[in-house]
Design a protein around this ligand. Structure first.
Ligand code: ME8
Length: 529
């Protein structure tokens, strides 16, 4: 085995900071954060990139409406997103990139030069429909005229405007076969399968060259080589936006330690509306520029309010901050990852969140931990008890918990957080049944040795489960591990002052040490009244 530590590089999409972050953004950050924490705890040298996508017409237009300088709007809202990561969601990113960062300029210009050197960029004229909301071009057939006379993109429902301007084009049409071959050779390149298949079908239908520069506005990165044009071109915002993933780890300095260590990215986490940009344009740009492709793009679904799409006009947008204040951060994080599979759309409602918080957290996990630890505190001199010989029931339940690390690894590899939690709660259900069956409170009077064994087994399983729950609920899991008297270890990124710190998965097979003192336990998962 190599002695070099394995690395893992993962990213979120970078958000348009033309407004406030919403719960859909929070959903993506929380999931990616859970993934990053899982990998760190599992011993990987991890780099987690997130940030803001600040160029483009949408930003310029919003700033004009607000009577602000575009750079000021970008700075102001980028700070709001960053504060949400830092102070509200406990997102353990390693770099918060802004596409207005100086190094990103150099990086975007370098990828452009490389694509051009490869013969993939040519000057022409663009005539077609552009949606500023989506920052996307649409062909005539991809649009329709609404009843009110407004022309909109059929796929996204956003207004489009006729655009005619000189533009540089990228020879995307040349990449159809190469992309299809790559997909075939790498069936895990995108997930879930259903969304990957949509991408494949789209590519199979044929690709058109892509307009990749704009001349009608100037809020963007300047195109570096424009010998054939007397106009000022800025890059199409998506060219620079996608390139953030390279900048984040040191491109264009391909000799840098961080680039060598972390590129190609292991995982891009994105929402379903931007799958084509990530699964088609991005790998084509990289192939053209002679850069290795990311290993996987995970396409998550959209989060809806009680089945409805969120929108400002419907008045049903909820801010992440409000959610966290109402239910607590860890309950929100848990709900979002536990309630429905990451690749699918899902909805939330007050009742659904409270249901999960009370049934799964307060009852199944919180109660079991509190009851077993309280008994240990009261009846075992506040020390982890010595187990006696295990019965078949003890062995069986311990074996189930033992298997959870490997099962979780397999699920996390596919970003199937939902299934990992499903399996964990299945075991929790079994431990609860075991505890009820064994009746340690009766054993206290009849067979103290046996009582100690049952309490030990239960606490040991709570420990294993708490270890595995750290990526999803860092604060609560840490409190549980503290309550069990376990030393901190490992590195799971940002932790709050109240935490004694993360415990590495390397400790999964190191059972509780009998005799370890514990404090009087306090409930970790309160009921939502
Ligand atoms: O698309 N539920 O930025 P963005 C879940 N700047 N996810 C959602 C969502 C919802 N209701 N609404 C949006 C952009 N998202 C570009 C990305 S990447 C190089 C550039 C997701 O602020 C969306 O799918 O519109 C995307 O992954 C992320 O939030 C940022 O969206």
């Amino acid at each position: 085995m190599s002695t070099q530590q394995q690395t893992y590089y993962l990213t979120t999409a970078i958000a348009y900071p033309n407004g406030e972050p919403h719960i859909g953004h929070a959903y993506e950050y929380i999931a990616t954060d859970a993934m990053a924490r899982f990998k760190r705890l599992d011993g990987y040298d991890t780099f987690f990139l997130t940030g803001t996508d600040e160029h483009g017409q949408k930003m310029q237009q919003t700033a004009e409406k607000l009577g602000m300088a575009t750079a000021d709007l970008a700075a102001q809202n980028a700070a709001v997103f960053k504060r949400m990561d830092d102070e509200v969601l406990n997102v353990s990113y390693d770099r918060f990139i802004r596409t207005t960062d100086e190094d990103h300029h150099r990086s975007s210009q370098e990828i452009w030069r490389r694509m051009q050197a490869n013969g993939d960029i040519y000057l022409d004229k663009y005539a077609g429909w552009y949606s500023i909301r989506d920052e996307r071009f649409f062909t005539d057939e991809e649009t329709e005229v609404r009843e009110d006379g407004e022309r909109v993109a059929i796929e996204t429902g956003t207004e489009v405007t006729w655009t005619e301007e000189e533009s540089y084009f990228f020879r995307l049409s040349e990449y159809q076969d190469k992309l299809l071959a790559h997909y075939k050779a790498n069936p895990e390149f995108a997930g879930p399968d259903s969304r990957f298949n949509e991408v494949i079908r789209f590519v199979e239908a044929g690709l058109q060259d892509l307009s990749i520069s704009r001349t009608s506005f100037d809020w963007g990165i300047t195109v570096p080589v424009q010998e054939d044009s007397d106009q000022d071109h800025v890059m199409y915002v998506w060219v620079d936006a996608l390139t953030n993933y390279l900048t984040g780890v040191g491109f264009p300095d391909t000799e840098s330690e961080s680039f060598g260590k972390f590129w190609p990215a292991d995982l891009h986490v994105i929402g379903k509306d931007i799958s084509r940009f990530h699964c088609i344009f991005w790998p084509a740009f990289l192939m053209s520029a002679g850069i290795e492709l990311p290993k996987r793009v995970m396409i998550h679904g959209f989060l809806h309010n009680e089945g409805q799409k969120m929108s400002k006009s419907l008045g049903n947008t909820v801010g992440p901050e409000e959610w966290v204040a109402r239910y607590g951060l860890d309950a929100v994080r848990f709900f979002l990852l536990r309630e429905f599979p990451f690749g699918q759309d899902g909805s939330y409602s007050h009742d659904a969140v409270v249901g999960r918080k009370n049934a799964d957290l307060a009852n199944n996990l919180g109660n079991l931990a509190q009851r077993s630890l309280s008994m240990i505190f009261k009846n075992c001199d506040a020390q982890i008890p010595h187990p006696d010989t295990y019965t078949e029931a003890d062995e069986a339940i311990l074996a189930q918990a033992e298997g959870l690390l490997q099962l979780s690894r397999e699920d996390y590899e596919l970003q199937d957080f939902h299934d990992a939690l499903e399996k964990t709660w299945h075991v929790l259900g079994e431990v609860n049944a075991y505890f009820a069956d064994q009746q340690p409170w009766v054993l206290r009077k009849t067979d103290e040795t046996r009582m100690k064994t049952v309490l030990y087994v239960t606490a040991e399983i709570v420990r294993k489960i708490a270890l595995l729950l750290q990526p999803v609920m860092p604060e609560s899991a840490t409190k549980l591990l503290d309550a069990l008297g376990i030393e901190a270890s490992g590195d799971a990124g940002a932790t709050n002052a109240s935490n004694t710190g993360p415990r590495s998965f390397a400790a999964f097979d190191e059972p509780l040490v009998p005799g370890t003192p514990i404090d009087k336990p306090v409930g970790v998962f309160p009921r939502h009244e």
